[in-house]
Design a protein around this ligand. Structure first.
Ligand SMILES: [Mg+2]
Length: 372
């Protein structure tokens, strides 16, 4: 089998608001083969930059559009193709957008392999640790502490046993920060797990103060309190608190995750399959975490392609903690892009068993949302 075409599909909601929500647009990658099998992948990044990294022309032996690097290759050779892409775009691709773009292609290749063999991706990855995975309802904070309590109550009533709130207005001042967590806990009740995503809000000293203040409300983890390059701050914070510190969604490729683990001493390694370098790299990141006694979780705020990928990966590693699942009720792109919609039951998501990723594009939605 040979790869014959790589297509990037940029989808965008009619209305994109200036808020912390990467689900308002999507860059989908479709890889075609001479066997008639196509694979799907996704990139959650700066969409046009990632599109350029894939569609772009040859410029230099260290700066080449990824599509032409992979055309003609056998999609089963995912490890070889990963390094070929990495080498061919090493100027722009060692971290960040270049690796994000590779993620979409790598994901699509695993989808092709699964479809060709009639097996779900988790089987190909050697998985099978779990058939269903505990998930948390993932949401932005309400505009006020009181609204956040209402949201928490609603998620609990939907059957979730874990709920995360994140980003704005966290970070305004100490009083608001603590009130947000207190009200989230009040709305959620004592039984469910409460996860807090600070959204890069503080410096290390403030984060230590907040982690101590939040401990009273028994939080499950504190996510991304610091800017991602502040490894020394992460180390100081981790050593100063018993609260689990989670981070990783800004990282791309295993070397950058290693810095967070070894220098930053974080507790939960969060991997976004659409950014980290795809399945090929995510499996290595999980191994590096396991070697250090650390647990992993996915990050995903975009389409059900990302959710499906996360479930296949989490089902294939020994140290999966929990799955992020966005549950905000809105008319977002997510509900249209794929024919399959994932729904949590009693706080769990079923791992797909269909060949490949187990998700297909809704062509009607592609026509509706595609940016020419
Ligand atoms: Mg986050």
């Amino acid at each position: 089998m040979k790869i014959t075409r790589v297509e990037t599909i940029y989808l965008r909601q009619e209305q994109v608001r200036e808020q912390c929500d990467s689900g308002q647009d999507a860059l989908i990658v479709r890889v075609e083969t001479d066997a008639g099998i196509t694979g799907l992948g996704e990139v959650d990044s700066n969409p046009m930059a990632a599109k350029g990294a894939i569609d772009g022309p040859f410029s230099h032996t260290t700066a080449c559009g990824l599509a032409q690097v992979v055309i003609g290759e056998d999609p089963f050779e995912t490890e070889k193709i990963w390094y070929k892409m990495y080498r061919a775009n090493i100027y722009g691709g060692r971290r960040g957008v270049g690796i994000h773009a590779m993620s979409g292609i790598d994901m699509a290749l695993w989808d092709i392999k699964g479809k060709a063999l009639g097996l779900p991706v988790w089987k190909l990855l050697g998985g099978g640790f779990q058939q269903r995975i505990r998930c948390y309802a993932s949401s932005l904070f309400g505009p006020t502490p009181r609204k956040t309590a209402e949201l928490a109550r609603r998620f609990r009533d939907q059957g979730f046993t874990a709920v995360k709130f994140g980003w704005d207005p966290m970070g305004r001042d100490a009083k608001t920060d603590v009130a947000l967590v207190r009200e989230a806990r009040r709305g959620l009740g004592e039984q469910a797990d409460l996860l807090i995503d600070a959204g890069l809000a503080w410096d290390a000293a403030t984060a230590i103060h907040r982690a101590r203040a939040f401990a009273e409300y028994d939080i499950f983890w504190l996510e991304e309190p610091l800017r991602p390059d502040d490894y020394e701050g992460y180390r100081r914070l981790s050593e100063a608190t018993d609260v689990r510190i989670a981070a990783g969604e800004e990282e791309s490729n295993r070397l950058s995750f290693l810095e967070l683990m070894d220098k930053g001493k974080i507790d939960v390694v969060q991997v976004d399959l659409t950014r980290c370098g795809g399945f090929t790299e995510a499996m290595k990141i999980a191994s590096l975490a396991w070697d250090r006694g650390l647990v992993v979780a996915n990050h995903g705020f975009t389409t059900y392609i990302n959710v499906a990928a996360a479930l296949h990966w989490l089902a294939s590693v020994p140290n999966a903690l929990i799955c992020e699942f966005v549950t905000e009720e809105n008319t977002s792109l997510r509900e249209f892009v794929t024919r399959r919609k994932f729904r949590a039951r009693d706080g769990y998501l079923d791992v797909p068993c269909e060949p490949g990723l187990g998700v297909d594009l809704d062509e009607e939605a592609v026509r509706r949302f595609r940016v020419a």
